[in-house]
Design a protein around this ligand. Structure first.
Ligand code: ZN
Length: 168
């Protein structure tokens, strides 16, 4: 475990707290039945109510290789965290996403700290050097985690900086 890759699911922005678990199950079905993977690709998913779901089995107990980055070495050595929503179209700074931002910040901070890692450190995988907390688009040509998601990740008052403060 060397870092965390941030994703969005690019799914619906409007869903109830009760619907979230079913949405997670639908991703699991898609990844297993449609994609032919052994389990859900993301290690964790976070919803707009601050609920955190374990994606790939065993991820809460330790590092489990996921299928989220589209780059083998990145999948092998990082934790994939997916924010449930579309942050290409919805501004993650809006108040409706307060609980998701808070839960995502705490989840990633916990994961890094368990491995003695800090978010502003670098990691090099697949011949590429990025921050330990990076966006999917840093590793692959994809919009993920959305324009607003990536801006929040990189901002001076955003996700990476907030985790660094929390762990200092
Ligand atoms: Zn992604």
């Amino acid at each position: 475990m060397q870092g965390v890759v941030l994703h969005h699911t690019a799914g619906a922005n409007s869903y109830s707290k009760e619907e979230s678990a079913g949405i997670v199950r639908s991703y699991q079905t898609m990844h297993i039945v449609t994609n032919g993977w052994c389990d859900l690709g993301y290690n964790f998913l976070v919803d707009k109510y601050g609920q955190v779901f374990e994606g790939r089995a065993g991820s809460l107990d330790g590092h489990v290789r996921g299928a989220h980055a589209g780059v083998r070495e990145v999948n092998d050595n990082t934790t994939g965290v997916a924010m449930m929503g579309n942050f290409e179209t919805s501004n993650i700074r809006d108040a409706e996403w307060d609980a998701l931002r808070d839960a995502t910040t705490r989840l990633i901070g916990w994961r890094l700290d368990d491995y003695g890692l800090r978010p502003l450190q670098n990691l090099t995988l697949n011949g590429q050097t990025e921050f330990r907390v990076s966006g999917h688009r840093n590793w692959l040509a994809t919009a993920c985690p959305g324009q607003y998601g990536q801006e929040w990740l990189d901002a001076a008052d955003g996700l990476r900086a907030d985790i660094d403060s929390a762990l200092s």
